[in-house]
Design a protein around this ligand. Structure first.
Ligand code: AMP
Length: 177
């Protein structure tokens, strides 16, 4: 990973106080997306975070995980699989419920999106309490996928979200707060 790239990404992230609820400092990553150069740097760093694990599928979490995950999948020639909020996927699904930093949620994956034994990398913009990523990991395991890497642009380490992730899985956050 390239420290200069990472500090440029860090500088671009905008803190929005009290969004979506009082007391939450929302890490707004849209300034990175709005810059062609920074978006590409972010994907460069996600590729580095994979560390040669060469996944067959990238699983991205609704909604900002779709943006980084899909670009990463295209870059490395992997398939892309969305984990979506309840009721959004049209085909047969597996689901998991969890609590997150600001509410309750339920995520789903298509039952045929990952084949048993496929290598999977899980991608999201931000690790907060780890509820969302933990639920996504459960879904991937239920389908028989092997998680080779879990990667985030941002980790809010004070929320100790890694406690809700599989301890045996390679987990990389590009930026830690
Ligand atoms: P969690 O399940 O608590 O780890 O929450 C992670 C999900 O919620 C991710 O998909 C994030 O996009 C979003 N999220 C949670 N907290 C924040 C925050 N402070 N700033 C931006 N996004 C957040």
């Amino acid at each position: 990973m390239n420290e200069k790239n990472l500090s440029r990404l860090r500088e671009a992230i905008r803190d929005v106080n009290d969004f979506p609820k009082p007391g939450i400092v929302f890490k707004d990553i849209t300034p990175i997306l709005a810059s062609g150069e920074l978006f590409r740097l972010a994907i460069d760093e996600f590729v580095a975070a994979l560390g040669g694990t060469s996944p067959d599928k990238i699983v991205g979490i609704d909604a900002r995980g779709f943006i980084f995950g899909a670009a990463l999948a295209d870059r490395i020639g992997a398939g892309f699989v969305p984990v979506r909020k309840k009721g959004k996927l049209p085909w047969e699904t597996h689901g998991a419920a969890y609590t997150l930093e600001y509410g309750e949620a339920h995520v789903e994956i298509h039952r045929d999106a990952i084949l048993p034994g496929e290598k999977v990398a899980l991608v999201d913009d931000l690790l907060a309490t780890g509820g969302t990523a933990g639920a996504a990991m459960k879904l991937i395991h239920e389908l028989g996928g092997e998680i080779v890497c879990t990667t985030f642009l941002v980790e809010l380490s004070f929320l100790e979200g890694r406690r809700n992730l599989d301890s045996g899985t390679r987990t990389v956050a590009l930026l830690t707060y």
